[in-house]
Design a protein. Structure first.
Length: 376
């Protein structure tokens, strides 16, 4: 028994611990290996899938083409197909996007267009096919009166020219001076050629409603929509003298002609041509006086009217009290005057109102002015 080797408790404990320590790392190693195997398997499957041939449809400006590729990023596919993308072009997917079997890639080529709008002329790039699509792409809004050339539905091509014309309509009310007119009226009491102010003229005010049309800020047309008088003008009234300039006659004035009428020879100091003859009586219709009036039948010179002698004249033409010879009517004396008898006009007196009214008007008569004494 003394030679029998007895295993101590300490020795047994150490062996057991070693066995346990060996067992634990083995399980961890197995787990790592298993995970790596799974990852490798998935990676292998992914690589197999990504490198397998794919069928992809590529559409460039409406032209469709189906291509076979093993690329798995869009950018690589385009390089493979020699398709160059400009920065202005539009593509349906990002260049970094992965591609899959059956994908459809749409590419729209941008074209340069000369655009004139809002005071600027510049070259822009657009994928729009019509003018309206270009305006939408450039975020240009058209007002109700604005115009675009060519029309909105016109097709675009490279280097097309598009002009947006801004139309502004502006309505204004404006006040303008309304000139007055100069109205002239004849005045036989005023010497010929003389003017006399009877009333000052005054300007009025007219309101005009105008429509102005601007194209790109430039006035291209204006139109009168309405006109109204705010304040009427007042005409200027001017009297124009018509009285003929006559020489002042006196008893000493030299004779201009010697005549013989009805067996009587006399000298005329003045000859009046184109004299107008009318007739009057002493009654109310001619003088405004009735027979009861104290001045009935009394002339302006103070004499009493007498048929065959009394006439009414313009004293500036025939001196009051002077005798005249009227062709066709004989000798008469200037004894009366009236407001209607001006210039080369003579009113012959008749006792009968009926005779005076039926006398009418005789024109173109010649009258010889003789003097204060009646020829014998």
């Amino acid at each position: 028994m003394g030679n029998h080797s007895t295993e101590t408790h300490e020795n047994r404990s150490s062996s057991l611990s070693f066995a346990r320590r060996w067992k634990r790392p083995s399980k961890r190693f197995v787990s790592i290996v298993a995970a790596a195997s799974i990852a490798f398997t998935f990676m292998l499957l992914f690589l197999l899938q990504s490198t397998s041939a794919k069928s992809v449809t590529v559409v460039v400006d409406g032209q469709e083409k189906v291509v076979q590729t093993r690329e798995w990023v869009l950018e690589h596919l385009l390089d493979e197909q020699n398709i160059i993308i400009d920065k202005h072009d539009r593509i349906s997917k990002p260049l970094t996007a992965k591609i899959h079997d059956g994908d459809k890639i749409v590419i729209e080529r941008a074209v340069p267009v000369q655009l004139e709008a809002d005071g600027q002329v510049k070259v822009v790039y657009t994928t729009g096919k019509t003018v309206s699509e270009l305006l939408e792409h450039m975020n240009i809004k058209l007002g109700k009166d604005d115009k675009v050339f060519p029309e909105a539905d016109a097709a675009l091509t490279a280097n097309s020219r598009v002009h947006v014309v801004r139309i502004l309509k502006k309505i204004e009310e404006q006040e303008h001076k309304l000139p007055f007119k100069v109205v002239k009226q004849n005045d036989s009491s005023l010497a010929a050629g003389k003017l006399k102010m009877l009333r000052q003229g005054e300007e009025g005010i007219v309101v005009k409603k105008m429509e102005y049309i601007f194209q790109d800020g430039v006035l291209v047309s204006e139109q009168l929509l309405d006109k109204s008088i705010k304040k009427p003008s007042v005409d200027k009234l001017v009297a124009v003298g018509t009285k003929s300039a006559v020489a002042v006659l006196s008893a000493k004035s030299p004779a201009v002609s010697t005549l013989s009428k009805n067996g009587i020879t006399f000298e005329a100091k003045k000859i009046l041509k184109n004299v107008t003859l009318t007739a009057y009586d002493a009654g109310v219709s001619s003088t405004g006086k009735s027979k009861k009036h104290p001045q009935y039948g009394i002339t302006a010179s103070g004499t009493r009217v007498q048929e065959g002698r009394t006439i009414s004249v313009d004293p500036n033409v025939i001196p009051m009290g002077w005798w005249v010879y009227i062709e066709g009517y004989g000798f008469r004396r200037a004894e009366d005057k009236g407001s209607a008898v001006k210039g080369n006009k003579i009113d012959i007196y008749y006792d009968s109102a009926k005779t005076a009214n039926s006398f009418g008007t005789k024109r173109g008569v010649t009258v010889y002015v003789i003097g204060p004494n009646k020829p014998k």
